[in-house]
Design a protein. Structure first.
Length: 155
């Protein structure tokens, strides 16, 4: 399987060196013909070249990818397009925070995001207002909800 990113320079250098050595020693063996050791050297370089490719593709790169995901927490890779959450998944996720009774900070942030989604994306100001009313009832003195309290007082 080919990777979408370029392989490390060391891997490319090893491939070039052993590929060139294989072809070069084979040409020398064909031209010299008197010394069969050149064919042995060519075959050995070819085996090392093939073995390097095999180890690189099936051992070094997969282990490196695994180590990156372990130590970086998978933060360097994005999920495939079909795995990314849709807008409806996001709405259900945020509504779940409000229904389950998460921490106040999580509920307030979820309500603010839901209000933005309902108001701007879904074009449903009534649902946006209900979400804001719900968190204002639960946390009337929350500093993050000041703009909503001010808007409610004005109108």
């Amino acid at each position: 399987m080919r990777r979408p990113y370029s392989q490390p320079r060391v891997a490319t250098a090893v491939r070039v060196i052993f590929g060139t050595a294989t072809v070069g020693t084979f040409l020398v063996a064909v031209l010299v013909r008197e010394d069969p050791r050149w064919f042995v050297v060519s075959g050995t370089c070819g085996l090392i070249w093939w073995g390097w490719d095999l180890l690189l593709e099936h051992v070094f790169l997969p282990v490196g990818d695994w180590l990156m995901s372990v130590f970086a927490g998978g933060a360097l890779t994005s999920p495939p397009a079909g795995v990314r959450p849709t807008l409806e998944d996001t709405i259900r996720f945020l509504e779940g925070h409000l229904e389950r009774g998460a921490s106040p900070r999580v509920e307030i942030n979820a309500a603010i995001r839901l209000e933005e989604i309902y108001r701007t994306v879904k074009k449903d100001p009534e649902r946006a207002r209900r979400v804001v009313d719900l968190v204002l009832e639960r946390y009337p003195d929350a500093p993050k909800l000041k703009r909503f309290r001010d808007a409610r007082a004005r109108g």
